[in-house]
Design a protein around this ligand. Structure first.
Ligand SMILES: [Zn+2]
Length: 122
């Protein structure tokens, strides 16, 4: 163990540093520094908003979405790009299910009839 003030070695039970005289109990114990690897660099809340807007751009966003889904340079960005695919998948499944329900219940025909009547009245 070393003195947090001057760095000289001290006894674990010592109250004062024998070198600089610092009161050791007043100095909060230092947390071990664990550096986050570069590829796990966190993305802030506004960062996610930015990626969201970028991915929503037609064609360009789609290409970026594919690139970032396979790029391991930032794991958080990769996972967010992959989660975008999951959202798209859920949306596609929802549209398919709703279309089937609408076709089965005749809702589509009623909607088209109502639309034609509306056009006829104009
Ligand atoms: Zn010291």
């Amino acid at each position: 163990m070393n003195c947090p003030n001057c760095g000289s070695p001290i006894e674990p039970a010592a109250t004062f540093c024998t070198n600089c005289g610092a009161h050791l109990s007043n100095i909060p114990p230092q947390k071990p520094v664990t550096a986050i690897p570069k590829e796990y660099k966190p993305i802030g809340a506004w960062g996610y908003v930015g990626w969201n807007i970028l991915f929503a751009i037609p064609v360009v966003g789609f290409v970026l979405l594919i690139v970032f889904s396979f790029s391991n340079s930032n794991i958080n960005r990769r996972n967010y790009a992959r989660s975008f695919w999951c959202t798209l998948l859920v949306a596609v499944v929802l549209v398919i299910v709703l279309s089937i329900v609408a076709a089965a219940t005749g809702t589509m025909d009623e909607l088209m009839q109502a639309l034609q009547e509306l056009q006829g009245s104009l």
